[in-house]
Every structure is written in C-alpha cells, then in structure tokens.
Design a binder for this molecule. Structure first.
Ligand code: B12
Ligand code: SF4
Length: 409
C-alpha cells in the first residue's frame, strides 16, 4: 500500500509509486501473488497547484489524520475488506508515516491474522539513528533494505486500477540508486553504495514507455543522470533512437558543455539542478562541495545551450541569516533558470542536520514536508516573513517565464 498523502490536500501528483512497483516485482519473482494498492492515486479533487497554493492547502493533510470519518479512510477500509490480503506491505517517507500507521491499524482491525510489514525511507532513517526504534504496535516486521532492487524492470501492471494512470504518470524511470555526496540535509547522506541498473533492462522499460499511447516523454528519477559518462552517452543514445524526449536531474559539477550539447541534441527537454543556495557559507555548511562561481559558470552553459531548466533551492536552514537569503535571491535572478523550485528547509530524520539541531525538538513527522508553512522551533519571524516573500516572488517569476515561453512558442 502507498499511503494517502497528496490526495488529502488536492495536489495533482505526477508519478506512480515506483518503490512499491519494485518491491512488488521482486515478490512476484519469488512466486507470490501481488497487487499494489496506491491509496494516493489522484482523484477528481486533485489539480496542479502552485507552490504557494500547496503551502496553503497542506493543513488539510493534518486535518484528515485527525478525522477518522474522512471518506479516504473509508475507501481504504473497503479495499482491505474486499481483497483480504494475507500480507500487507506499506512503504512510507517521513511526512506520510502517520498515514501509514493508520492504514496498518485498519488492516489489523479488519484482518487480525494478516502480517503487516513497513519499509521505505522513514523506516531506514529511524533505524539508522536508533537501531531499537519502536515503530508502534501495528507492524509485525520492518524491512529497510532489499539488495539490488533497483536492478529490475518494474512491473507496473501490478498496480490496481492500472488503467486509470495517464501515460505521463507511468513514464518515470529509475536507473540507479545511491549518491557519493554527503549533503547534511539529505537522507541519502548515509547510503553511498551505488547500484547501476543493467542497461538492457533500462532499454526494455524505455521501449515500454515509448509504446504508451499519448506519452510525452520520460522522467529520469536518478539522483544524477550525468555522473557516469559512458552510461550518460548510452542512455541518451537510446532515448534518441526511441524518439523519447526526457527530463533528468544532474549535479552542477557533473555538467560539461559537451554533455549539455548532447543532452539537448538527443531530446533532453528539461534539466533539474540542485543549486540550493547563493551563499558560499551555506553551501559549505551543508557540505554541498560547490562554489558559487561554479554555479554561475555552469548555469550559463545551460542557458547558452537553450535548455529549459529548474533550479532547486532550499531556504530556512537553522544556521541561515538574512544576508544568506539575500545572496540566494541575488544569485537566482543572475542565473535565470526557467523555473525556480524553492523548498522550505525540512529536517528529515537520518540527516546530519536533524541529528545536530532537531533530535530532541519533538517535531511531528506530519509537518515534515518541504512546502509546509510550519514554523520550526527557534525560527526568526523576520526570516519567516522574508521566506514567505521569496515564495511569492518566485511564483511570480515562474509565471512570467511561463508566459515568455508561450510567447516564443
Ligand atoms: C525517486 C524519488 C522520488 C520520486 C518518486 C517517488 C515515488 N514515490 O515514486 C519523486 C521525484 C516524485 C519524489 C518525490 C518526493 N520525495 Co523522493 N525520492 C526519490 C529517491 C531519489 C529514490 C526513491 C526510490 O524509489 N528508491 C528505490 C527504492 C526501491 O528504494 P527505497 O525507497 O530506498 O526503499 C528501500 C527499502 O526502504 C525497502 N522498502 C521500501 N518500501 C518498502 C515496502 C515494503 C513492503 C518492503 C518489504 C520493503 C520496502 O526496499 C527498498 C530497497 O532496499 C529518494 C532518494 C534516494 N536516492 O533513495 C528520494 C526520497 C525518498 N524522497 C524524499 C522526499 C522527502 C520526497 C518528497 C516529499 C519531496 C517533495 N518536495 O515533494 C516527495 C514525496 C513523494 C511521495 N512519495 O509521496 C526523501 C524522503 C526523506 C524521508 N525521510 O522521508 C528522499 C529519501 C530524498 C531525500 N532528500 O532525502 N521522490
Ligand atoms: S542532495 Fe543530492 S547530491 Fe546531496 S547527498 Fe542528496 S542526492 Fe546526493
């Protein structure tokens, strides 16, 4: 089960539950009868929301957690009763864990004999920080790692209601896992083992995506698409051959003029880049291993190549000052991305910053979502006001850039 989250606040999610598709494929390979229930599949109440709207609507998630009569809980109970599974596996990231707990509790109430297993980023992070962490009374087992899971072609047809997914939502692909960096705000800081998926299996999935009626290209979910030169070359060649436009993310230091040219020529339609901050002090403090001058230099290469791109920013680190925020603002208007994706710093369990600043802060997991307006303990009201203004200004900038793009088209 993918626990419900986005649906509660009306956000139009654009992906399918890839982690569960991989776990399900693995279990099917072992001979089990598997179905994936995506309880977060967008419904008629969901639409595309701006970042400001998302922040405003997010409180509806917390309200639903406190409302046992919410119709989505009723729907989940009905599915459990209808399907009567023997084993229920639930995946969860930290902000969703209370939703996962409620699903587990309903399974326990409806099917006392069922075995309930929890997996996912939250379980991994909590176990990493405290091997004896108690996940509560609903789970029989917690699984934090299945080796080489990414090296498979996910069987998306295991999804209940497979036919309800638009081609776009099934067109994401994961071709590796792991990252060599150790940014102090990222949960992957403690997992540096790389798994590269076999390129034959990548090709099969790309062919599957190219065959979806009305597809609009591929979204590559890898942490860095550009790091491994030979794979970059072979994968972009495959997309070109299959005539598949693609969106992918890359670390700034992995970008070169040659790779960017190849990216564009072979159908790269959008690039996602983690800029994070315009302050060298902040970049150093979060161990980003990146110089502001390199950001300016390499982002100019992207613009010169004419590739549409999103810059990901994080604002509101506990050690950030007004000067740092101003440097980020100044940098972003200088490097001129096509889209600014600004996120409120969120202390995810398992990260170095969580351990240093928030281990005893009594944070509620439900508040840990980057676009939440929650105020972290110790936050300075003047900084919060500035952050709110940045969100508004960047939404406006995004809207203007979107209109400019339409004008050109
Ligand atoms: C791809 C990805 C996405 C994709 C798609 C996510 C999806 N659900 O399909 C997109 C870009 C949409 C996305 C969005 C978000 N993501 Co994301 N994402 C990732 C990424 C890069 C890979 C996740 C993945 O699928 N890995 C492959 C699977 C197979 O591995 P796994 O999830 O680690 O699970 C392993 C085990 O836990 C176990 N397991 C997992 N579940 C289960 C279930 C059962 C039953 C069993 C037996 C085992 C099991 O098996 C796996 C193999 O060992 C990770 C970072 C990373 N490199 O891992 C972040 C990550 C998971 N995302 C994260 C976050 C915060 C988000 C967002 C909230 C961000 C946002 N601003 O919106 C959203 C929320 C999405 C949601 N799930 O609702 C955080 C979670 C942190 C935390 N402690 O909760 C991570 C860790 C990144 C980070 N910055 O630290 N994400
Ligand atoms: S933020 Fe990106 S570069 Fe840094 S550790 Fe996480 S995945 Fe790696």
């Amino acid at each position: 089960v993918e626990p419900p989250f986005y649906r509660f606040f009306g956000y139009q999610r654009w992906h399918y539950p890839v982690t569960l598709a991989l776990v399900g494929t693995y279990l099917k390979g072992l001979g089990h009868d598997v179905a994936i229930y995506d309880a977060d599949l967008p419904d008629a109440g969901c639409r595309s929301l701006s970042r400001q709207e998302t922040r405003q609507q997010y409180a509806r998630y917390g309200q639903a957690l406190d409302d046992p009569g919410h119709p989505i809980w009723g729907e989940i109970r009905r599915v459990i009763r209808d399907r009567r599974p023997e084993v229920v596996g639930i995946t969860s990231i930290s902000p969703k864990i209370e939703s996962a707990d409620l699903v587990a509790r309903m399974v326990r109430e409806e099917l006392p004999e069922a075995r309930i297993i929890l997996g996912g980023a939250h379980a991994l992070a909590m176990r990493d920080m405290d091997p004896g962490y108690d996940f509560g009374p609903w789970y029989d087992e917690v699984v934090v790692h299945i080796p080489n899971l990414v090296d498979q072609r996910p069987d998306k047809k295991l999804l209940l209601d497979y036919d309800l997914y638009p081609a776009k939502d099934l067109s994401s692909i994961l071709t590796l896992s792991g990252c060599p960096m150790q940014c102090t705000f990222c949960c992957r800081s403690f997992d540096r083992t790389f798994i590269y998926r076999d390129l034959g299996s990548v090709r099969e999935e790309l062919e599957e995506i190219a065959g979806y009626p009305g597809h609009s290209g591929v979204y590559v979910m890898d942490d860095c698409f550009f790091s491994h030169g030979e794979r970059f070359d072979r994968m972009t060649a495959m997309m070109r051959e299959l005539d598949l436009p693609f969106v992918a993310g890359g670390r700034i230091m992995a970008l070169t003029p040659g790779k960017l040219e190849q990216f564009r020529e072979r159908g790269g339609s959008k690039l996602l880049v983690g800029v994070e901050s315009g302050s060298q002090r902040i970049l150093d403090r979060v161990k980003k291993k990146l110089r502001v001058e390199e950001i300016v230099r390499r982002c100019a290469w992207i613009n010169r190549e004419g590739i549409p791109w999103s810059a990901f920013l994080v604002v509101g680190f506990p050690f950030e000052t007004m000067d740092d925020l101003e440097m980020t603002e100044e940098l972003i208007y200088r490097i001129r991305p096509t889209f600014i994706s600004v996120n409120r710093f969120t202390p995810y369990p398992g990260t170095e910053i969580f351990r240093e600043f928030y281990a005893d802060a009594g944070l509620r997991f439900r508040d840990l979502f980057q676009l939440n307006c929650n105020v972290l303990p110790g936050a300075d009201p003047a900084m919060e006001e500035k952050i709110d203004r940045l969100f508004e200004d960047f939404d406006r900038y995004n809207e203007e850039r979107r209109r400019e793009g339409e004008g050109r088209a």
